[in-house]
Design a protein around this ligand. Sequence first.
Ligand code: MG
Length: 258
Amino acid sequence: MITYKNEAEIAKIRAAGRVLFEVMQEVKAAVRPGVSTYELDQIAEAAIVRRGGRPSEKGYNGYPGSICASVDAEVVHGIPLRSTLLREGQIVSIDCTVELDGYQADMARTFAVGKIDPSAQLFVDRTREAFYQGIRFAKVGYRIGDISSAIQSYVESFGYGVVRVLCGHGIGQEMHEDPEVPNFGLAGHGLRLRPGLVIAVEPMTTMSGNYDVYRKRDRWTYVTRDHSLAAHYENTICVTPDGEPEILTIPSDAKEDV
Ligand code: MG
């Protein structure tokens, strides 16, 4: 069931989004060679709780972390571990959801650990840009498939791939709501976009172009089958009555993206 949010509800998601943005800044500042993904998880959890929020991922279907931390070929849902120490040249995707006052915001970024290969940085940057290519169509008058198609065609134009088995989603009082927002699809198809639709748009990409993934024995972590690098970029956005969508996980007064 799709629920459209009123102004008061959107304000709550925006407030959760501001907390999450600040949490992500703290995590980014801690990413360096030698840090464990467990330490990043602890930093995120403390930052969320300090701001009155709740880490929604913790306990979700038994998930143990407050963030997902996925390194290199790991696409999403990497479990933070004391034994996973980040090394120079790696990339790490951090995905986090915060609940504040009953409403959720969801966001992911891929960070470089120290100095990384320029081709890897370009891949990460283009994954971010894929999000912006997609949300050009997150407006009244377009459909979900327009967002999906724009992401897919942009990503594939570089020979990269979009992961098929996971997708973006509606969000509100629940972390995952309808509709699904795939990162591939046909323009002109799918749900017509209406004001008050709040969705997480989240390109998950593979550098090799092969989008086949498998799940590790931990039953959570998705990894590229060919062990290609994978990147992830996500914001929670809202379709507005007229014009551009609002990005609820980047505060309007933020000087730069995290
Ligand atoms: Mg997320």
